[in-house]
Design a protein around this ligand. Structure first.
Ligand SMILES: *[C@@H]1O[C@H](CO)[C@@H](O)[C@H](O)[C@H]1NC(C)=O
Ligand SMILES: *[C@@H]1O[C@H](CO)[C@@H](O)[C@H](O)[C@H]1NC(C)=O
Ligand SMILES: [Cu+2]
Length: 411
């Protein structure tokens, strides 16, 4: 069975599949391509709540003679890629190139394809893909993963900034000409060269439910020839997830050097990650509903902004859900994923705790992919395993971006 997304009215139907009530944002901009007036207000409210929470916590702890690890003066901000100065973008790009030049820590006996510190992160993601998506650890796992990547850029490559994020709707009508992908030396490299092609057909991995889905094509499809990563070597993967793509050696962990491909374009971005989408995410009442909108339903046409933006980037390895961190733009996408989750958590109120403690009970709150086969609910004590890439931690340590080791927010 192959389903095409065009012309389908989906959200209502999808909602009943999983039996979760989701709020549909009442956006007066029916297309979602201009900023709805509610959105900046919500973002400001989230920021005000975080500032109140951090300063109150600091005051309380100080009264008890404790010096808190996260204070207002220590709070760091991740920023939108286009809002970084040219020098800041250059520093970020240089740090990523540096990470790609440092030797891997992953033993060759585990993954002979891992040739750099950058690749260590790709291996960790490949190994755990089926346990870290549509499961209760998805959000915390990726939060810790991108934080450790940011930390490696800072500690091992002298980067002084923080992870920039890809504000999906901002460039939805033309992601390939955005500051992230315009092909300039301070971009994350440009689109792939245009080749005549159909869009990707995504195929569920073995044991995962759903059907093959034909997605719209972008305006690239070929090799990336511009910008700082035009010459990078993609060493790992592919693993699977796309029709007509044979896996690389050793299930994707072998050495398989090839050039980066991308297929950026407006069709996927506008359809799956516009302003209405983001407003809808921020309006959800609980984590199950939030995740339902954010991650959609895998292998149905309603794949949500998470998958939607992965396939907006597309190409190789961007279009392979296992190997996707092998494209440096992965981290800008997941920084935005974390940003929207962080904003949503903050919107619970300055002193409300539920959005920092409730891992949900819906189909995506279990240990297995969409709870197939049925498995226990994910617990706060569960370990987030970073393999050879970085230290592991537990979910409870990462639920707040102003607690545990964290002290960051988003501008
Ligand atoms: C890529 O490699 C070619 C050939 O070695 C070189 O001419 C070009 O400048 C390199 N481009 C970048 C962006 O490093
Ligand atoms: C914007 O996103 C919403 C859902 O998030 C979708 O229903 C709508 O079709 C999208 N707009 C466009 C122009 O595709
Ligand atoms: Cu992932």
């Amino acid at each position: 069975m192959k389903v095409t997304i065009f012309g389908s009215a989906l959200l209502a139907a999808v909602s009943s599949v999983n039996g979760i009530a989701v709020n549909i944002a009442r956006d007066t901009n029916t297309d979602g391509l201009t900023i709805p007036p509610e959105l900046p207000d919500l973002i400001e409210e989230a920021k005000a709540n975080i500032i109140e929470k951090v300063s109150e916590t600091e005051a309380k702890l100080r009264k008890r003679g404790i010096f808190p690890s996260c204070t207002l003066s220590k709070l760091k901000f991740r920023r939108e890629y286009g809002s970084l100065s040219i020098a800041e973008r250059q520093a970020y790009v240089n740090a990523v190139l540096c990470l790609q030049s440092k030797p891997a820590r992953t033993p060759a006996s585990v993954a002979p394809g891992a040739k750099s510190r950058f690749d260590d992160f790709v291996v960790t993601h490949i190994q755990q893909t089926l346990n870290i998506h549509y499961s209760g650890n998805f959000q915390p796992w990726h939060r810790w993963f991108i934080y450790q990547y940011e930390k490696a850029l800072r500690d091992e490559c002298g980067y002084n900034g923080y992870l920039p994020y890809w504000d999906w709707p901002k460039y939805a009508t033309s992601p390939e000409t955005s500051p992230l992908f315009d092909g300039s030396p301070t971009s994350l490299s440009g689109n792939g060269e245009y080749i005549t092609h159909a869009g990707p057909v995504i195929v569920p991995p073995p044991g995962v439910g759903g059907g093959n889905i034909q997605l719209p094509a972008g305006t690239g499809g070929g090799f990336v020839t511009t910008g700082p990563f035009a010459n990078m070597s993609v060493n790992l993967g592919p693993v699977g997830g796309l029709e007509d793509t044979a896996p690389g050696p050793l299930g994707g962990l072998g050495y398989n050097p090839r050039r980066l491909k991308r297929d950026l374009g407006a069709a996927m971005n506008m359809r799956y990650a516009n302003y209405t989408t983001v407003l809808s995410m921020l309006s959800q009442p609980n984590v199950d509903a939030f995740r339902h909108v954010s991650e959609g339903v895998p292998y149905t046409p309603e794949i949500g902004p998470h998958g939607g933006i992965h396939y907006t980037l597309g190409g190789d390895p961007g279009g392979d859900l296992f190997t996707s961190p092998g494209d440096p733009a992965f981290y800008a996408h997941h920084s935005q994923m974390d940003r929207v989750w962080t904003l949503w958590q903050a919107l619970g109120g300055p002193f409300a705790t539920q959005r920092y403690t409730d891992l949900g009970s819906g189909p995506y709150a279990h240990q297995s992919w969409a709870n197939e086969p049925p498995s226990p609910l994910t617990q706060m004590s569960e370990v987030l395993d970073m393999g050879y890439a970085a230290p592991s931690t537990t979910i409870s340590e990462v639920m707040s971006t102003t607690g545990g080791e964290f002290c960051y927010f988003y501008l």
